[in-house]
Design a protein around this ligand. Structure first.
Ligand SMILES: Cc1ncc(COP(=O)(O)O)c(C=O)c1O
Length: 403
């Protein structure tokens, strides 16, 4: 037996990504020949657009395969600056930009770069699975504010005010939201901004990675547009993963005050140096090139969102709020907690309900517990309408067997 304890206390304090774990379990069942519909991963099912792939191939052929500056190729930084101006009406200089191997690494760098032990980060729940673990990993405390379906999944100014303490370092939120699909309106953001304006030591992290994926008639508004006076203490996080179906390419970016991006870029220089140069050329092509891929993909997500909202609403015992954006449905499932499965086992919580749905219904979902609220399940509709129709049927059948 190995006598060395490899895991540090810091790493022992966090968990592996729960959505990845469900997806791995679904893959393992598939490998055994089971027909599992995987609604667990937030990953576009489209191919990366051809012109983006071509840009990467061209970069490789031209030998553009060297390290780049930690804050990226000038061409990419320029493309990001132009994106913020064109799509959001936001003006940033090139030194107010940072890039990372995915938006996830930007979050990692931001917390590593700014948190002192015991600093608090306010995170409305449900939250994206990685937020709280990344805060904890870097010595911070995640101050979770519960915002269930009855709150339209959004934090109110009163609750935000109540959560702020002298230790609050960041307010972190995500709109359109993973896992709920909720979008904050410009007025809602302004109202939150009024609270934050009274607390000049609190910085804002606005994760806008799903900005293009809008399903309902609620327009996306960037936090820095709704609250221009707070732009100087706002870090906007974004990336190419979701908009351009580039999850495996690993490119995230952020815009914020120069003093902050300097910290992020310093960390980048001592971690991965830079994201792959090839990916950077591809990401510049995605941001600068034709945007019709995004329009087509969003039209499809819209149709799928309507299909799942309709289908799952018809299942008794599930409480649904139709998604306004992103590609997730987040039904509340209290009606099924405490029921008994055909094998006699009792469904005590949403984690057990998700396991039951996987085993009995062959549908992979992620339990609400992973996102800090219970009892819910998250369903990703980034898969074909045929798959979604089968998933609705199987879920209804499996749930109907619970007594
Ligand atoms: C809300 C949110 N933020 C950030 C990310 C990270 O994206 P990436 O690291 O692929 O850029 C994800 C991915 O699922 C997400 O859902």
């Amino acid at each position: 037996m190995n006598m060395i304890k490899f895991e540090s206390a810091r790493v022992a304090s966090i968990k592996s990504s729960p959505s990845m774990a469900v997806s791995m379990a679904a893959k393992a069942m598939r490998a055994q020949g089971e027909s599992v519909i995987d609604l667990s991963l937030g990953e576009p099912d489209f191919e990366t657009p051809d012109h983006v792939v071509e840009a990467a191939v061209e970069a490789m052929r031209k030998g553009l395969t060297r390290y780049t500056a930690p804050d990226g190729l000038p061409e990419l930084r320029q493309a990001i600056v132009a994106k913020f101006k064109r799509e959001n009406g936001l003006h940033y200089a090139q030194d107010e930009i940072s890039i990372g191997n995915g938006a996830k690494q930007i979050l990692f760098n931001a917390f590593l770069g700014t948190l002192e032990p015991g600093d608090e980060v306010i995170v409305p729940a449900p939250y994206w699975v990685s937020y709280t673990d990344l805060v904890i990993l870097h010595g911070g405390t995640a101050k979770i504010v519960q915002c269930g379906v009855e709150d339209a999944f959004k934090i109110t100014p009163e609750r935000l005010e109540a959560a702020i303490t002298p230790r609050t370092r960041w307010f972190l939120f995500n709109s359109p939201s993973n896992p709920t699909g909720a979008i904050y309106t410009a007025d809602e953001l302004k109202a939150l901004g009024e609270v934050l304006a009274r607390h000049p030591r609190v910085a804002i992290m606005s994760d806008e990675i799903y900005e293009h994926i809008v399903c309902a008639n609620v327009p996306f508004t960037s936090f820095a547009i709704a609250c221009p006076d707070l732009k100087e203490r706002t870090l906007i996080i974004n990336g190419v993963s979701k908009a351009y179906a580039m999850t495996g390419w690993r490119l995230g970016y952020a815009a914020g005050p120069k003093d902050l991006t300097k910290v992020l870029n310093k960390l980048q220089s001592q971690s991965t140096t830079c994201p792959s140069s090839i990916t950077q050329y591809a990401a510049a092509a995605a941001l600068n090139g034709p945007q019709d891929f995004v329009t087509t993909a969003v039209a499809e997500y819209k149709a799928r969102g309507a299909l799942v909202a309709r289908g799952f609403s018809a299942i008794p015992g599930l409480e649904i709020r139709a998604p306004e954006g992103a590609f997730y449905l987040f039904p509340k499932c209290s009606g099924y907690i405490g029921r008994t499965a055909p094998d006699g086992s009792r469904i005590a919580n949403d984690t057990e309900l998700a396991s039951y749905l996987l085993k009995e219904g062959k549908v992979a979902t992620v339990p609400g517990a992973a996102f800090g609220v219970e009892p819910y399940i998250r369903l990703s509709f980034a898969t074909s309408r045929d798959n979604l129709s089968i998933a609705i049927e199987r879920t209804a059948d499996a749930l109907a067997k619970l007594r």
